[in-house]
Design a protein around this ligand. Structure first.
Ligand code: SF4
Length: 331
């Protein structure tokens, strides 16, 4: 892993599958079983590094279901809306979301290595609203003026699709802002494209004068293979704190077995389970939704079955709230 050059991951990314027929052919799935026209609204995308972990011939594979643009996405369902978490009302300047007083989130790129069908930003107007390098001065000016901000979160899209040079040019000016205490990176790349975690990237992050917390995103233990474990261990060896956030998804990870396996796989890779999100009710994702009482019951089972540090917090993000809401046992 550490010897791979950055061009390798960029090649894998450039060759990501975007055509539904190619996906079905590779996985030996009968195209008559699927209507995948939803990809016309939100395109299919997954790189081979992720594809190879999907079981051939299995239409219910939990990794496949995260990327398959099923016709159910086209249904209009009450309460499922384009911007369920209020991103647009939190936009302060281009690509800068200031929702929570002491933390600032930056949409650093519109691009991802994979298109997760349940993504709460699937309708986000990225082209007008991401903090490109040209607007970076305005971004850093905003942070300078807001001395209450302690932590900057690079999000997207996925910030690790940016080259090391671009990342460095975004991160290094942040080091000069005296009131910043840490940088957080939200990324699915260590899971989807572990080749992205090169020695050069780890050294770039380690050399920053601000500590780096990386919140990765894995929903299922089958996503965590040998390459992912090696990538996470390398990040860990370079003093990057690794946390995971998952989304509770129907038919993908809504069983005690799936959640226990995920927590076990994460800790093997030195990643702590951090959040288990209730699905954000984004338009097009209603077929992934789990009833809240079922989620609470599952979480109670997890508490009985797992060591405390392996139980992620069950949370929901509600538009306009000052923090994520912990879902507490009811009744
Ligand atoms: S990687 Fe993250 S931002 Fe990109 S589509 Fe998936 S959930 Fe959305």
């Amino acid at each position: 892993m550490s010897t791979q050059s950055s061009s390798n991951w960029q090649t894998v990314l450039a060759q990501a599958i975007t055509d539904p027929q190619t996906l079905l052919d590779y996985l030996q799935l009968d195209p008559r079983l699927f209507d995948l026209t939803a990809h016309q609204q939100f395109s299919l995308k997954l790189p081979f590094s992720y594809l190879k972990r999907i079981e051939k011939g299995n239409p219910n594979d939990p990794l496949l279901l995260q990327v398959l643009p099923l016709i159910q996405e086209n249904q209009k369902v009450k309460d499922f809306i384009p911007d369920p978490v209020g991103d647009l009302m939190a936009l302060k300047t281009t690509g800068v979301l200031h929702k929570y007083q002491h933390r600032l989130l930056i949409i650093s790129t519109p691009a991802c290595a994979i298109h997760c069908r349940y993504c709460f930003r699937r309708h986000f107007p990225y082209q007008q609203s991401h903090a490109s390098k040209n607007q970076w001065q305005a971004t850093t000016d905003y942070i300078q003026q807001h001395t209450e901000i302690e932590e900057v979160i690079l999000s997207g899209g996925d910030p690790l699709v940016l080259s090391d040079d671009k990342l460095a040019s975004l991160l290094q000016p942040l080091e000069k802002i005296p009131h910043l205490q840490r940088i957080r990176i939200h990324t699915r790349l260590p899971i989807v494209l572990p080749q992205r975690i090169t020695l050069a990237l780890c050294q770039l992050l380690q050399k920053l004068t601000l500590p780096v917390v990386m919140v990765i995103h894995s929903n299922h233990a089958n996503e965590i293979d040998h390459d992912v474990i090696q990538a996470c261990l390398m990040l860990h060896q370079h003093q990057i704190l690794l946390l995971n956030q998952a989304v509770l998804l129907k038919n993908i990870n809504n069983t005690i077995e799936a959640q226990v396996n995920l927590s076990h796989a994460l800790i093997q890779a030195n990643v702590l389970p951090y959040y288990l999100h209730l699905l954000d009710k984004v338009q097009g994702a209603s077929h992934f939704d789990i009833d809240e009482q079922q989620a609470i019951a599952l979480h109670q089972q997890m508490q009985k079955r797992l060591s405390g540090y392996l139980v992620p917090r069950l949370v929901r993000e509600t538009k306009g709230k000052a923090a994520k809401e912990l879902i507490i046992k009811q009744g």
